[in-house]
Design a protein around this ligand. Structure first.
Ligand code: SF4
Length: 712
């Protein structure tokens, strides 16, 4: 039995794990008590990772769909057929007819993302669509506009702050930073203030000093009221603004159109409470305000995110202890992104939305497939994702999928998208491949990296995605990572290794690739990563350093980007609720037992939560004599579905919450008896035409809906 250390790859917290391995089998899994960031923490999902490796529903061989039947094929045949189809489509319709959708199934696998991105670009296409554009790209746009670079991302310094103001997030459950539960508890213990703005009394809101139970989609108006109060009472930090910011005059001189009383009416939060939140935040010795998914995917997501981010600068809380901090990570992501996607400014054909994080907005992908353009998308590669279930208005993707000439799914499971694909290629999980998680340093409170070790070989014919893209690239005759010099260098290395009897020594693989990359631009050494199984710190964050490195034209924080200012001036009050859709639906609720569309079939998790449900307030339930467990019908302008009601006084009245990612039907290509289905797909209710004006991100929260009790 061998003891091995690695990290969990299910979510971005990347908690440290200790494993015992015997004969290529993981026999035990527990938290790594020596991990410097997660310090012995592991959640229920992480513990289920063990089950994931042996899940009987896993796809373990390549398959081709012939009509409605699946045929097991050899890797060689799969690669040849896929390459042939891609070549034919490209020669007939041009390279832009090939697209890639990259999902959230592999969030810490940075090399997978780089290889997928490089593969589609090497084919001559820039049609990359990633899952960030469904959840986060407004944040990267705000970073670019305010600080000059998309990957110049801020995060709250919870360890040191006196006041943390959270909009639209439940970190006690979403655990989006390693060690965040301990950090929040420590904040409370040292007498710091925790303020939560959320329509539900979430697990985080329950421990907050102040909870504003806001009407979903109205946060922008509450922030406007806060700004009007700040400037009326001179609560801003003038010296900081003068020294470090440009565009602060917009904030200072603007006639903020929403008063506290207006906000009470619009947002459903008492005027006195908004005033108190404003006072607590602005008068705290240090403070940080953050917005997350509940804001990003709500009405006016980008503008709201901007106003939250700007609140930190307005009060002088950027790049200082207890405020917002910048973690540059161990690699220069801005440089890597420019090397991959170039500097060209691109706009999506449908909607004219910007190219962010190297991707067009995924919300318009179905429309791009359904368009009449001669080089419309005809081939789609789906890597670690399930667009059938996660795109807004699932019906539209289903229709688009039927029009595609080729869909290739690279996944561990025969998920809903894989079931309509032409080929399914079996992917290894994070225990079965080497990798280095470098893509989201803003989730770590320090410059930190830990090698993700391959602790067991992939079962049967499953393969790491980097190998799949390497083989497809070579079969088609394009360079890996879209870089011929790099590809040629590794090919020579491969030949040299073979003559030495050590074929892997200099071949392309994650270890050799990262060794080279870290050698060129890394802040930690590859050898340090190899000799420190619990991870390596590249030093704590130096406060004040980031403000000197801003990449904006003024070299200061640009507080009032012109397109944001233009857009906010267009925003009128929220539209009146349609009389036939009097409730508001939110779909971003996190569960401790699920991760988006992933982990649905694992028994240790489904035994704790086997389906999603509609949370409704007791008064709303009573108005229709709905009892806990009754089936209700929820309708929106896009569709209707039936779901069990959960009568729950944590909900704000008038709001319904349904968790997303459910309704996944897992099948097995060789056994019709082996299927798993849990809950309902809430994206039957979301609308692909209601998009954020600045980014094209969908609105998954704040959707008008109706509730009807069903007879049966
Ligand atoms: S919080 Fe995320 S990374 Fe940590 S154990 Fe749970 S799923 Fe894994």
């Amino acid at each position: 039995m061998t003891k091995k250390f690695t990290h969990c790859g299910i979510c971005l917290a990347a908690c440290g794990l200790e494993l015992e391995v015997e004969q290529n089998r993981i026999v035990s899994l527990r938290s790594d008590s020596e991990h410097p960031l997660t310090r012995g923490f592991v959640c229920a999902k992480g513990l289920a990772g063990l089950e994931m490796t042996t899940d009987p529903l896993r796809v373990l061989h390549p398959y081709e769909r012939i009509g409605s039947e699946w045929r097991r094929i050899a890797w060689d045949e799969a690669n040849e057929k896929i390459s042939q189809r891609l070549r034919e489509i490209i020669s007939k319709h041009g390279p832009q007819s090939v697209a890639m959708y990259y999902g959230a199934g592999n969030p810490t696998s940075s090399i997978n993302y780089m290889m997928a991105d490089g593969f589609v670009r090497a084919l001559g296409s820039d049609r990359m669509y990633n899952v960030l554009t469904l959840e986060f790209t407004n944040r990267y746009l705000v970073m670019e506009k305010m600080y000059g670079r998309q990957f110049f991302v801020t995060q709250p310094d919870i360890e040191n702050t006196h006041c943390l103001l959270i909009f639209g997030s439940n970190p006690m459950v979403s655990i989006d930073h390693p060690g965040i539960i301990a950090s929040l508890k420590a904040l409370k213990e040292r007498g710091g203030k925790l303020i939560v703005v959320d329509p539900r009394r979430t697990e985080t809101a329950r421990m907050a000093d102040i909870h504003a139970r806001i009407i979903p989609g109205t946060d922008l108006f509450m922030l406007e009221a806060m700004y009007s109060r700040i400037f009326a009472h001179k609560l801003h930090n003038s010296p900081f603004l003068e020294k470090n910011c440009s565009g602060h005059e917009f904030f200072e001189k603007r006639t903020w159109p929403v008063t506290l009383d207006d906000a009470e009416r619009i947002c459903g939060v008492p005027a006195k409470l908004i005033a108190r939140i404003t006072e607590e935040f602005t008068r705290a010795k240090s403070a940080c305000a953050v917005a997350k998914l509940g804001i990003n995917t709500s009405s006016n997501g980008t503008l709201t995110y901007w106003l939250v981010e700007a609140l930190n600068a307005i009060t002088g809380n950027v790049d200082r202890p207890g405020g917002l901090i910048f973690n540059p990570g161990i690699l220069d992501l801005n440089l890597l992104s420019r090397m991959a996607a170039g500097r060209k400014q691109r706009k999506s054909r449908v909607g004219g939305f910007p190219y962010l994080t190297g991707s067009y907005p995924a919300s318009v992908l179905p429309a791009e497939i359904l368009s009449d353009a001669p080089d419309r998308i005809r081939a789609l590669i789906v890597d670690a994702g399930d667009p059938s279930l996660v795109f807004p208005n699932s019906q539209k993707f289903e229709k688009a999928a039927k029009r595609l000439e080729l869909i290739v799914s690279i996944d561990m499971y025969m998920n809903e998208t894989a079931q309509v694909s032409h080929f399914v290629l079996p992917a290894a999980n994070f225990f079965e491949k080497d990798d280095l998680y470098v893509t989201f340093p803003d989730h770590f409170a320090q410059k930190f990296a830990q090698w993700s070790h391959k602790v067991v070989e992939p079962p049967d014919e499953a393969r790491a995605e980097w190998e799949i893209f390497r083989d497809l690239s070579r079969r088609i005759g394009v360079p890996i990572l879209n870089q011929w010099p790099l590809d040629i260098m590794f090919r020579i290395g491969e030949l040299a290794g073979k003559t030495m009897g050590q074929p892997k020594k200099f071949a392309f693989n994650p270890k050799n690739y990262y060794k080279m990359l870290l050698g060129m631009m890394g802040k930690v050494k590859f050898s340090e990563l190899m000799s420190n199984p619990h991870g390596v710190s590249a030093g704590s964050i130096k406060f004040g350093a980031a403000l000197r490195k801003l990449a904006t034209r003024s070299r200061k924080i640009e507080l009032a980007p012109a397109d944001f200012v233009r857009e906010i001036e267009k925003i009128a009050l929220p539209p009146n609720t349609p009389p036939d859709l009097p409730f508001t639906l939110i779909t971003g609720e996190r569960s401790p037992h699920t991760k988006n569309t992933n982990l649905r079939g694992l028994k240790s998790l489904t035994s704790r939560q086997s389906e999603n449900f509609a949370r409704i307030n007791p008064n709303d339930a009573a108005s229709q004599s709905i009892r806990d467990g009754d089936t209700i019908e929820i309708s929106t302008s896009s569709g209707a579905l039936r779901i069990k009601a959960k009568v729950d006084d944590t909900m704000r009245g008038g709001v319904v919450s349904i968790g997303h990612g459910w309704g996944r039907k897992l099948a097995h290509p060789e056994s019709r008896d082996m299927t798993a289905e849990h809950g309902v797909n809430v994206n039957l209710l979301t609308d692909d035409s209601r998009l954020d004006a600045l980014t094209g991100m969908p609105v998954y929260n704040s959707i008008p809906c109706s509730i009807l009790k069903c007879d049966k």
